[in-house]
Design a protein around this ligand. Structure first.
Ligand SMILES: [Zn+2]
Ligand SMILES: [Zn+2]
Length: 257
């Protein structure tokens, strides 16, 4: 299992961090989790096989997580020759089909009815689905927007958990599927002195990591003010494992951990 953090930024325009998007490769399954502005171009910038994405899973419907969905759907038709023919599965919380219909009402059939086979699979707040090739995706509701979910990806004998956007929550901290995972990819939006109930801060990430005990903690989704504080020092007060403050294009082979 390989993770590439494509977009480690937020809604704040940044010269170095595009909006949220992360690629998980497990064998022939290529899962893009979230797809905010800049993610499509970042895929090209790092030389990723953007045509080869097999599944696209959204955590929630904030613009910084979904706006490059139409960009990619159009790219798969007009962005390369020959155009895409392989099937694509779009996954997300309840409301994902409606979101795509809304995009289609603006951008037309390229988004609503692409030439290649597409399917939309909406996940219940606590759900598990098979992506094929032995890869499973599990969801769990998190406190951010009403539809927001976190994901646990299982495949190749590994487990990766992505919080999406979330506040701190005892339910998430006690999520059995996430406990002891190989890698926890957690949002770290705001410094502690700006903390709000719907996002994580360094000390809340530390508490989450202390509870879930992942083999490795990778942080993402940095609003500019959190870049000015010593995130790592705060994490290390509660969590002794390796901590990475991800950047766009950073990647890790989880087999090598
Ligand atoms: Zn966000
Ligand atoms: Zn959000």
């Amino acid at each position: 299992m390989r993770l590439t953090t494509l977009g480690t930024g937020t809604a704040a325009p940044s010269p170095t961090r595009v909006s949220a998007g992360h690629l998980v490769d497990v064998g022939s399954t290529h899962l893009l989790m979230d797809c905010g502005s800049g993610v499509a171009h970042r895929l090209a910038a790092i030389g990723a096989d953007w045509m080869g994405i097999t599944h696209l899973a959204l955590t929630h419907f904030h613009a910084d997580h979904v706006l490059d969905l139409p960009t990619l759907l159009i790219a798969w038709r007009w962005g390369a020759i020959p155009p895409r023919t392989a099937p694509l599965e779009i996954i997300g919380p309840e409301g994902t089909a409606r979101l795509i219909e809304s995009f289609a009402s603006i951008f037309g059939d390229l988004v609503g009815h692409p030439d290649f086979p597409t399917s939309v699979r909406e996940m219940a707040p606590s759900d598990t689905i098979e992506l094929g090739n032995g890869v499973q995706l599990e969801s769990r509701p998190v406190p951010h927007t009403t539809e927001s979910i976190a994901y646990c990806v299982r495949g190749g004998g590994r487990r990766l958990v992505y919080t999406g956007d979330t506040g701190y929550d005892e339910g998430l901290a006690g999520w059995e599927s996430a406990h002891g995972c190989d890698l926890l990819l957690a949002e770290c939006s705001l410094p502690d002195d700006m903390a709000i109930a719907t996002h994580l801060s360094p000390s809340r990430c530390a508490a989450l990591a202390a509870a879930l005990e992942p083999a490795r903690l990778v942080l993402t989704h940095f609003y500019p003010p959190v870049e000015a504080v010593d995130v790592r020092a705060t994490i290390q007060t509660r969590y002794a494992g390796p901590v990475v403050l991800a950047s766009d294009g950073w990647a890790i082979d989880i087999e090598d951990i």
